[in-house]
Design a protein around this ligand. Sequence first.
Ligand SMILES: Nc1ncnc2c1ncn2[C@@H]1O[C@H](COP(=O)(O)OP(=O)(O)OP(=O)(O)O)[C@@H](O)[C@H]1O
Ligand SMILES: [Mg+2]
Length: 774
Amino acid sequence: MESYLAELNDAQRAPVLQKDGAMIVIAGAGSGKTRVLTYRIAYLMSQGVDAFNILALTFTNKAAREMKTRIARIVGNSEAKNLWMGTFHSIFAKMLRFEADKLGYPSNFTIYDTQDSQRLISAIIKEMGLDKDVYKYKQVYSRISSYKNSLITVKAYFQNPELMEADAMSKKPRLGEIYKEYVDRCFKAGAMDFDDLLLKTNELLNRFPDVLQKYQNRFRYILVDEYQDTNHSQYLIVKALSDKFQNICVVGDDAQSIYAFRGANINNILNFQKDYDDVQMYRLEQNYRSTKNIVEAANSIIEKNKTRLDKVVWTANDEGPKIVVNRLLTDGEEGRFVASSIFENKMEKQMKNGEFAILYRTNAQSRAMEDALRKKDIPYRIYGGLSFYQRKEIKDVLSYLRLLINPKDEEALKRVINYPARGIGQTTIDRLTIAANHYKRSIFEIIENLDKIDLKINKGTKNKLENFANMIKSFQIMNETADAFTIAETVAKKTGLLQELKKDGTPEGIARIENIEELLNGIRDFVEGQKELADATGSLTEFLEDVALATDMDKETGDEDHVALMTIHLAKGLEFPYVYIVGMEEDLFPSAMSMNTRSELEEERRLFYVALTRAEKQAFLTYTQSRYRWGKLVDAEPSRFIEEIEEKYLDFMIPQDDYKYKPLIDTDIFGEVDKSKFRQSKPVNGTPPPSHKPTDEQLQKLRKLRPATAAATSVPPGPAVKLETGDEVEHMRFGKGKVLSIEGVGQDKKAEINFENGGLKKLLLKFAKLKVLS
Ligand SMILES: Nc1ncnc2c1ncn2[C@@H]1O[C@H](COP(=O)(O)OP(=O)(O)OP(=O)(O)O)[C@@H](O)[C@H]1O
Ligand SMILES: [Mg+2]
């Protein structure tokens, strides 16, 4: 037996050793699904299967790279580098390059990123004279995207009265027209958007049986990771390609299906057995990633979902510490707690920054975390923000490069035709656009033929346009002989881009110049790397494709050691020793937008399952009492998901009474005790709840873990602390009032006050900011 096979347990080894046929591995988080795929590929190769005949589809390019590295270690690098491994988008973009002419596209077609697509849609909405508040370009974009992923082409759309009616009902009767215009304009520009990469692949495989056969023969063995999150378009591609040999292995976990909102269809996993002739089903049960506490807590949550396949997940790992739950006052305090806790763990256990991750439901939550980490000098990196390649100065250079490769690329052209400024105004650009639409030509072609069309453009402007076109053409000529790096460098200089930034002279300008240098270095590395591959040449086209499909997850930043910050959606498939899940609050997680139906709530619960199961050693959950949302400070309530975890797995850093009995939010921001929010303790199975008094140990931990800075956010005990019955006081919202009684001590001291404006209130003095008048 090959020695690497010993690194698998029996259940994992079975699907690895089954060389042929259709198989599905359904298993919970951390049970080695991705490992099975990796080792299976290595095994196939050791059995004589050519790397060229293997296709592996992963969820991120990063995952593909990691798998490839692992496989290279087993079978050797020269073999591994010929594997086709990557995301659906990157793999099929590559395939479409070879076949583009069949679909009427140039082989150097541009890939429009989301920003390009949205700009184009926004321009179309404007040109059509539609109300941009009704036709919101982002909404229109996502609607078009969902049509494409369901294979509803423009033609199919106009043949479907139901769809048209639905759009009309949502006050967008002209959505179909926008869709059509958008598709036409992309085609005319020689551009495909992200969804086209799948849609056009389907079209290619459907319309050209010889092409289908070619790729069926080529990809004799197909493997798909995270199969539960494939959409319809992806499903059809896999089905078509694997139909002939049926050597297909998919792995997934229905409990981790979290992309339904983007069209992922869980039925793909549920129906797999019907799709192929003889399907072997494998299950893995042992989790290698996490402690017992984490595994069992995660099990106790996912059990609450009604729609799920029954699965067993257990682990032989240590029990590990319990999941820490902490309540903080505000998001600022939450950030400080997390930063302090990371700092302490690092010191105490000699951990690296890279062993910590902070996960959140929405991107907006990262700010408070960043602020706190910066103050503590803890290096961090946010994943999923603006990718390096989407920064303005980088997109400017890339747009020139795109334009020289594909002069029809309208979004690129519009971006740079007058940047750096060369006196070509918006009116001129509008005239060119209208002419281009009228003659069904690209703007670039119109510029090349200005003499033949009367566009009422004066001589001076004409000259400027011609100079611009000549410059681009000179780059094209250069591209025939020079390498990608040399061209890019010339472009940065000759177009005046670098000059423009140097003129700027501000620190931001300098940072931008550095970014451009970084881009040039990146291009050089890319060219070198590609030259080693069998079916790549290191051309500018290849580089641009790589860039268009890159997410910032893909950009390696060397060996920098940093805390990772990302949304839970992005964290799928990853693992970290310590995981902080922040913002565990109702309306945030579960999201307010996802609580209308059971299935939406179940998707949120799966998301929580994904989050928790990223942790290897320990997980921390935090929630706040009030949080800024949409510019307003709102009361927050702890997430139901905390309550859903069996209590024995939790370690409350706050007196647990607070959690169970509510008021968790015992006061509002003004210090008012809101009785309506009191939550009664629920006896479990009829037995009274156990004592929730925090143990000494818990209290000690609490004191230790609470960051010193946290106190700064609480209102400093003002004169109100010395309050006595009968005192006259003033409150910022309720006005003047008289103290009727005082109860509690220290931090819990409350006063009952009769306010002139607000009536009878019970306030927690810690927060109430009272001014004593008498
Ligand atoms: N047999 C094994 N022996 C030792 N470690 C293992 C074994 N199987 C898996 N692991 C390790 O357990 C961790 C989880 O494995 P892997 O990422 O493949 O799980 P997964 O099922 O793909 O998880 P997810 O559902 O989160 O994608 C990895 O660190 C992996 O290296
Ligand atoms: Mg995995």
